[in-house]
Each structure stands twice: as structure tokens, then as C-alpha cells.
Ligand binder design. Structure first.
Ligand code: FES
Length: 361
């Protein structure tokens, strides 16, 4: 017992009760958040994929670019991206279960700490200043509860001892090794069951799909049937911006190609239109700025590959994953979050006569 905590067992027990009670909200918050994170990965139709917006594959590829543990990500992550994504999701569920039940509590908290540090070294590493990143606080939260333990309070075993028939405890107690194996087996099986439930029933019940562009978005215009030329894209210049109809001056000089992604009449103030870039296949976002200029950007977040959404309240394109925000009025420069790389512009052509907007070759 630490000096100054009291001088008898009753004082120590009271202090331990207070300590575990004080840490209970943190324990529950960390556990529930990890459950949410694990289930969210399993029911997100874009996450467990090798490529594509929001996929674990694209995120790992981005981590290789920015992370100090890039060689590890390259070897152990990029070789098996879907398996790694699935393991992370199941591990997060198991960590929640350990934190909630108190089974293998310190091991679960240590796993939460290790996972949070890994996220910090990858997903949050590019965040500047560091305190904007969410993973370091999680790491210290898990470290705190791992050091404190449960004190055998608020655990499923202490609950059973207090409520179950005394006869259950008359038998020879299992050895510590056997109990550890039983606890690990229970956590593993229960975590897989929750993961399987979330990945099947949860996904179908919730009908999960990454939200497209936020409220204010309109449906893409129907294609006019012409096929897009698969020319290499992406002029990084201001070619993303085209003059609004009917002002032809300043519109993209490149010839129109590909399907119509929208019509000028669809673009109102505070509205965004999502479309699939016929050249790259990426999701794109088309906007009419306050000054009337029409711009288009690749909607793939330059941090780790999630799809940005239009926030009409702040006139920003925001990323739902780690909070990056891009200003479409200033070439989609990053104005917040863990990236400083702007969104890629998509060159467009506005036909002033017909009002059709197409992607330029
Ligand atoms: Fe991390 Fe967009 S993917 S902020």
C-alpha cells in the first residue's frame, strides 16, 4: 500500500474502490470506442478492400509514404491488407470485451495501448501539431487503465462471485494458467462472434455505405451515353476550374470528353454534385463557388484515402475519417487536419450553349 493512503485494510479497500470507480468512465469510453471502431470497419463496404477510396489498402499505401515505420507497414501491411484490416477490427472488438468484462484486463489494455501507438505512428503521424491527432490520447488512456488494473472491481468475475451460488466455488479452483487460457478462449470466441454478427447482420440491417456528399448534394446528371476517353489525366493546374456558364471566357480550353457529369442548372448555391471521374475512376465532387466559378476535385482525401464530403455550413470539403478539411475556393488547399496536401483538381469543360459539364481529356 502506498504511503499516506491509510493504515489499515479498510482504508486501502476504500481507496481502491475510489480509484477503480474514478477510472471506470475512462475504461468504458475506451472500450466502447474500440468496439465502435472495430464494428465500423467490418460494416463499411469500402474498408476491407485492397484498393479504392477508404480501403485499408489505400490507407496502408499512404502510411508507407508518411510513417516512420513504413518498412513494417510495407512488409506486414501491404502484403496482406485485407487480412490486416480484419485483424485490426477483431482486435479492437476483443479489446473492448476485455475492458468491459475485466477478463485479461491488463493484457487487453496493453493491446489497446499497442494498437493506439501503431495508429499514432501511421494514421496520425502526419498530423501537425501532434495534439490534433486522436491516437496519442487513446494510447495514454489505455496506459493509465493498464497500470491501474481493475482492482477486481467492476468485472464479470467479481460479479459472479457476488451473485452466483456459493457451491460453484466449492470445487478445486483452476490453476492460473488454465484460467488464463479459458479467459483468452472466451475473449477470442466472443470477439469473433461479435465480428461475424457485425459483418453480416449488422451490415445488412444498417445498409451501411460510406456517406457520399453531404446534405445539399444532388445526384449526378445522367450520362449522355458517350464514353470517356481514357487519356491520362490530371493537369494539376487551375484547369480544375472552369468559368460558369454563360461566361465562356476562362473555361477549360481542353476539349470536352466523356459523359456529362452535371448540368449548370443543377449547380445551385451550397450544393455539391458527386460523380465518378471517368478517367481515374475516383469519386469526384463538383461545386459552384460563391463567385460563380465551377470547380471539380478528386474526392479522395489526401491523408489516407477516405472520401471527403461537402459541408455547406462552412463551405468546406471535410473528411469523415480524421477531420481533414479542404477549401474549394482556394484550390482545395488543406485548412485543417492531418494533411497539408490539397485535393487533386479535375479539369472540366463547361459547354456554355448546352450547359453540359464534362471532364476534360
Ligand atoms: Fe485521414 Fe482524410 S483519411 S483525414
Amino acid at each position: 500500500m502506498p504511503p499516506g493512503w491509510g493504515s489499515d485494510e479498510a482504508d486501502a479497500a476504500t481507496l481502491l474502490d475510489r480509484l477503480t470507480l474514478a477510472l471506470l468512465p475512462l475504461r468504458l469510453f475506451l472500450g466502447v470506442t474500440f468496439l465502435y471502431a472495430g464494428v465500423d470497419k467490418l460494416i463499411d463496404p469500402t474498408f476491407l478492400r485492397v484498393t479504392g477510396p477508404g480501403s485499408i489498402g489505400s490507407q496502408l499505401t499512404e502510411f508507407v509514404r508518411v510513417s516512420p515505420i513504413a518498412p513494417l507497414v510495407q512488409v506486414f501491411g501491404l502484403s496482406f491488407p485485407v487480412q490486416v484490416g480484419f485483424l485490426i477490427a477483431v482486435a479492437e472488438i476483443a479489446i473492448w470485451l476485455g475492458a468491459l468484462t475485466g477478463l485479461l484486463f491488463r493484457l487487453s489494455a496493453a493491446a489497446g495501448l499497442a494498437l493506439s501507438i501503431t495508429f499514432w505512428l501511421t494514421a496520425s503521424w502526419a498530423t501537425r501539431p501532434y495534439y490534433y491527432g486522436p491516437d496519442l490520447p487513446y494510447a495514454f488512456g489505455w496506459l493509465t487503465v493498464a497500470l491501474a488494473g481493475t482492482g477486481d472491481r467492476f468485472t464479470i468475475e467479481s460479479w459472479f462471485r457476488a451473485n452466483a451460488d456459493d457451491d460453484l466455488y466449492d470445487d478445486e479452483p483452476a490453476s492460473p494458467e488454465r484460467r488464463a487460457v479459458l479467459r483468452a478462449g472466451f475473449l477470442g470466441l466472443a470477439s469473433l462472434a461479435v465480428a461475424a454478427f457485425a459483418g453480416t447482420v449488422g451490415a445488412s440491417v444498417l445498409g451501411r455505405e460510406r456517406p457520399g456528399l453531404a446534405s445539399g448534394s444532388a445526384s449526378p446528371a445522367p450520362s449522355d451515353g458517350s464514353t470517356g476517353a481514357a487519356a491520362p489525366s490530371a493537369s494539376p493546374s487551375a484547369g480544375a476550374a472552369a468559368s460558369p456558364a454563360p461566361t465562356a471566357a476562362g473555361a477549360s480550353q481542353a476539349p470536352a470528353s466523356g459523359p456529362v457529369i452535371a448540368r449548370v442548372s443543377q449547380l445551385g448555391s451550397g450544393r455539391a454534385i458527386s460523380f465518378a471521374d471517368p478517367i481515374s475512376g475516383d469519386p469526384g465532387v463538383l461545386l459552384k463557388l460563391a463567385d460563380g466559378k465551377i470547380v471539380a476535385f478528386d474526392a479522395i482525401c489526401t491523408h489516407a484515402g477516405c472520401t471527403v464530403e461537402w459541408d455547406p455550413t462552412y463551405d468546406l470539403l471535410v473528411c469523415p475519417c480524421h477531420g481533414a478539411a479542404f477549401d474549394p475556393a482556394h484550390d482545395a488547399q488543406a485548412v485543417a487536419g492531418p494533411t497539408s496536401t490539397p485535393l487533386s483538381p479535375i479539369p472540366i469543360h463547361v459547354d456554355t450553349a448546352s450547359g453540359r459539364i464534362t471532364v476534360s481529356a
